[in-house]
Design a protein around this ligand. Sequence first.
Ligand SMILES: Cc1cc2nc3c(=O)[nH]c(=O)nc-3n(C[C@H](O)[C@H](O)[C@H](O)COP(=O)(O)OP(=O)(O)OC[C@H]3O[C@@H](n4cnc5c(N)ncnc54)[C@H](O)[C@@H]3O)c2cc1C
Length: 412
Amino acid sequence: MEVKTKKADPSDYYLADEIFLTEEEKLVRDAAREFTRKELLPRIQAWDKGDISPHKSHEDLIRSTAKKIADNLGIFGLNLSGLGMYLEDPAFEPISHTAYGAALRELEAADSAIRSLASVQSSLCMFAIYQYGSEEQKKKWLPSLHRAEKLACFGLTEPQGGSDPGDMRTTAVKKGRAWILNGNKVWITNGFADVAVVWARTAEGIRGFLVEKGVPGFFNRCEEKWTFRAGIASSLSFTNCEIPEENLLPGTARPPGKDLACALACLTEARYGICWGVLGAARACFQEALKTATERRLFGSPLAQKQEVQRKLTWALNEIENGQLAAFQIGRLKDKGLLSHVHVSLAKYNNVSKACDVARLCVELLPADVFTFDAFHSGRHFRNLEVVKKYEGTHEVHTFIVGSAITQLNAF
Ligand SMILES: Cc1cc2nc3c(=O)[nH]c(=O)nc-3n(C[C@H](O)[C@H](O)[C@H](O)COP(=O)(O)OP(=O)(O)OC[C@H]3O[C@@H](n4cnc5c(N)ncnc54)[C@H](O)[C@@H]3O)c2cc1C
């Protein structure tokens, strides 16, 4: 039989996008790809360097970027099947989880912090409100979060140890018709947001609360960091904050011993997006290294003609393509309602560490200009991806999740 496949295309080598995405899903992907090309890539290196002009502040830059993402892609919460009920928009059509993943992959081709902005808004916060909120909370927050008129953040991690959220020290004590919140959260993406989904220990176990900006006793302080520089992460502190009773997320009540389940379910949503997103960053590095190695002549011939360089490029392509197949598989499992958190852990474990390795290899393949802010994108991806390996469950934590599942012996 005649093989009709076009010449090997390193941007979709196994034709996974071509074969597995429907025509509607390709439109979502293409819109995100075009947005990244036009709006993000020309600016992201300046943002990484700290040049945020013409914005007044970094917060202003993030709010305006989120608004542009919402206006152009409408991606925030777009894979929540019942979101339309709260938007009062008869034309609203949710997208598949696979299409959502493909869109995040395109955003992360610009920068992991931009994808993270989408993950926090959609998968951590809108999901938490959609899944566990009261009807009033959903009506109040979901439309404005979808349109990025408001931003949300997700406060789980505490200073004494992020990998062990069961050791939570933030408390919420019932007093009349209010809850009194005390404690500290660290490394909270968009900690300046209009509403924080905060997890706190009550007499009945861990529960989620909506803490609105401006509540007396609630402060945030932005962390200086040498990576993820396009994004903001902050420490949050709560001192005798009075949270109205109606701001408790009622659906987060769980029996003792299971009270972290809701916070962890939000993490599973965000980790799903990460499994896709990092492939965008890895692919951006690979394409940059491939192009440069093809154009750059050393020792009388293109660098890409050397067998050792071809070995490295082939290794990187192989890892990206295998990661793609895993992403498509978890996407379709999620679309069919078959995806479990242990599937997501294995995919995060693989895709993030391989993306880190690909980025590091590309830094190795590129000339020394890779260490400047302006010449290439791979150095920034390399820095960013180390964060992605650490947050949303570190690489090691995901090995324990998978290990515990396959051995039926709890490693925690
Ligand atoms: C830029 C950025 C944004 C973030 N955004 C958010 C956010 O929006 N909301 C939020 O709640 N959190 C957020 N985080 C926090 C993040 O989720 C935590 O950093 C992460 O959970 C790891 O916790 P930790 O930093 O305290 O590291 P630790 O838990 O102290 O881990 C340190 C090291 O010890 C290893 N380790 C831990 N336990 C074991 C063990 N049993 N055996 C072997 N090794 C182990 C870990 O794998 C890791 O390598 C963010 C972090 C960053 C950097």
